[in-house]
Design a binder for this molecule. Structure first.
Ligand code: ADP
Length: 368
């Protein structure tokens, strides 16, 4: 399909500027100089400040939107002119100096409840008194803003010691930044490799995370470039793999575990979480029905000699808590709240164990 300027404008109107929540076109950020030559596209975005921390992510989101909505063959490389110069990227070795433990939450396949577990784990850690941050890096379906009821949050920019940083949204004691903040929720922009990686790197380096005991990253399912980018960008303490007891999920969980343990990635696996381990009806809490098979996750953990960090039942309230933006981990004393508290405690024990194994100079201590 031939490209024409309105197609580009329509695509850019799907991208929002997180600072104000307005789309790029209504915000007046798209300059009047869109040029098209065959499938080559050039356009300029206007930013007020040279060190606006959203520049890189917004440019990447704009490129992705053009490829998604205007033409998958559009060539936009090298033709973007930002009216003000770009901010200098942070040095990789200085990333997150105030964060004590970085935990990657992953799964072999989608739909096993990885994001639900990540959200509840973050809340459970906060309930235990830890300082917690969560980065939603699930480019296929960023669901954390909904689970934390901050879908309409505008992560604004704040000056901290002379640097302009992106202030995370915050709820239930958890600081949250999501790749979902860069697109309108009704526009499912398909993030592509390098663009997604760069946008995520920026949320890490320019996020005002401050001091954290635990920084959780909700990774996309499977194995991808994002996984590689994260391990190259950050000193990850360990990974948690979420699975259901079902054979197909276990087979993919196994692949995920071997990816983390491979030479290229080399991230310790802190343990496995068996989600949807059994169904329990609210009115008969003692009854357990093994819908997806019994103890598949437990057996895989035993076989691979990795800790089983927790078994989470499939319960209606967990699904409802996700949909309503009120994670069940908030409610201590309930069966589901306790399941996530235990999971959090086991994860803390494993990461402390991991820190003890490190050289004394690298060791970190978590104080509440
Ligand atoms: P993933 O991140 O692995 O794709 P999600 O966390 O989005 O999976 O979960 C998929 C669906 O299953 C969501 O609707 C979620 O509410 C539901 N879900 C996840 N875990 C549970 C559970 N333990 N009990 C009930 N529903 C769950």
């Amino acid at each position: 399909m031939a490209l024409y300027p309105q197609l580009i404008i329509d695509a850019l109107s799907k991208v929002r500027y997180p600072g104000t929540g307005k789309d790029l076109v209504s915000a007046g950020m798209v300059e009047d100089d869109i040029r098209i030559d065959g499938n080559k596209v050039s356009f300029s975005l206007f930013f007020d400040k040279p060190n606006d921390p959203f520049i890189k992510s917004v440019v990447k989101a704009a490129e992705t939107a053009i490829l998604t909505y205007a033409s998958p063959d559009a060539e936009i490389k090298g033709n973007i002119r930002i009216v003000t110069p770009q901010a200098l990227p942070a040095e990789p070795d200085k990333l997150l100096p105030e964060v004590k433990n970085i935990i990657a939450v992953s799964s072999g396949k989608g739909g096993v409840g990885k994001s639900t577990v990540a959200a509840n784990l973050a809340v459970a850690l906060a309930q235990l008194g830890y300082k917690v941050g969560l980065l939603d890096a699930d480019i296929f379906g960023p669901s954390q803003p909904k689970m934390f009821q901050v879908e309409d949050a505008r992560p604004f920019v704040q000056e901290v010691n002379g640097r302009e940083l992106i202030q995370p949204a915050e709820n239930y004691g958890v600081k949250l930044l999501s790749i979902g903040f860069f697109v309108n929720k009704e526009d499912a922009v398909l993030w592509r490799g390098a663009m997604a990686s760069n946008a995520l790197k920026q949320l890490i380096s320019d996020g005002n995370w401050g001091e954290l005991d635990y920084f959780l990253i909700d990774l996309p399912p499977g194995t991808s470039d994002i996984h590689l980018t994260m391990v190259q960008t950050l000193a990850i303490t360990g990974a948690i793999v979420v699975t259901t007891p079902q054979d197909v999920a276990l087979a993919d969980a196994r692949k995920g575990i071997s990816m983390f343990q491979s030479e290229k990635i080399n991230v310790p696996v802190l343990g496995l979480v068996e989600n949807m381990a059994w169904f329990t009806p609210a009115e008969l809490p003692e009854n357990r029905y093994y819908l997806f098979g019994k103890e598949g996750g437990k057996q895989l953990a035993e076989e691979l000699k990795i800790p089983l960090l927790g078994q989470i039942p499939i319960v209606q309230s967990i699904r409802e808590g996700g949909d309503n933006g009120e994670p069940v981990a908030l409610h201590s004393g309930t069966m589901t709240g306790e399941a996530f508290r235990l999971l959090a405690e086991h994860m803390v024990a494993q990461s402390e164990e991991r820190n003890k194994q490190m050289a004394p100079t690298q060791r970190v201590e978590v104080k509440k």
